[in-house]
Design a protein around this ligand. Structure first.
Ligand code: 6PG
Length: 234
């Protein structure tokens, strides 16, 4: 599947390397088409990566920030992925609002998904992101595509609003075909609770419905720590 694995001594070093790769991909994307489109994941893992990125000297001109998924909560809610990114990165950068494209978690989910798809295609008509930074849940989900979710097998569209029974919550997420056509996918996965699902995702049979984190793009790099990688075999 063209997966490259990089294992670092600590979660911090994995996060820094992933952050560095995002910045490099932004430069490449901007050179190629005048702007770069990045999509970030939420959850807890990328926080230290955002904090590291916030400290780097970097020219953010024409770099557009999107999200892989969002919990359907207001933007100031503790659960909001936007809020986490804002506190860890965006407040420091002070980018113009025109470069920040959050998912409206506070409105009706289907409307938020439709608006978000329009916003993506307004900036990048082909919906090809220069880099999509993904995470993986300890159940093998990625983005807000959870195991057993029928949308995993739907190759149409850009975004979806999905009810996630496990979380008892609506989520808005990028859909599979957008994840698959990203120019570069960077997966940041650390911690011992990710070891078993990671073994299935990377070295088990292909079964996207059970392990949506197997959804891949042509260039896919995994940033791991030893705990997450401990079950993998050569
Ligand atoms: C979200 C995410 C999600 C995340 C995984 C891993 O909104 O929850 O975008 O897909 O990447 O759940 O989350 P942790 O980093 O918290 O383990």
């Amino acid at each position: 599947m063209g997966h490259e694995l990089k294992i670092f001594d600590t979660p911090q070093l994995a996060a820094e390397a992933c952050g560095r790769a995002i910045l490099d991909a932004a430069v490449t994307g901007r050179q190629a088409r005048g702007l770069a489109a990045l999509a970030f994941s939420g959850g807890s893992t990328p926080k230290i990566m955002f904090e590291w990125m916030a400290k780097q000297p970097f020219d953010w001109t024409n770099v557009h920030i999107f999200w892989v998924d969002e919990r359907c909560v207001p933007p100031d809610d503790q659960q909001s992925n936007y809020r986490m990114t804002r506190l860890a990165l965006l407040d420091t950068l002070g980018l113009p609002e025109t470069q920040v494209h959050r998912i409206a978690g506070e409105i009706e989910p289907a409307t938020a998904a439709a608006q978000y798809a329009e916003e993506i295609t307004r900036i990048i008509p082909d919906a090809v992101f220069d880099v999509i930074q993904r995470g993986m849940g300890n159940d093998g989900h990625t983005a807000s595509l959870f195991p057993g979710e029928p949308a995993v097998n739907d190759l149409s569209g850009i975004t979806a609003a999905l009810w996630v029974e496990k979380m008892k919550q609506y989520r808005v997420t990028l859909k599979r075909n957008v994840l698959e056509k990203a120019r570069l996918t960077l997966n940041l996965v650390t911690g011992a609770d990710k070891a078993s699902p990671l073994l299935h995702v990377l070295q088990g049979p292909r079964d996207l419905l059970s392990y949506p984190a197997q959804i891949s793009s042509p260039e896919m790099i995994w940033y791991l720590d030893p705990a997450a990688a401990e079950s993998l075999h050569d």
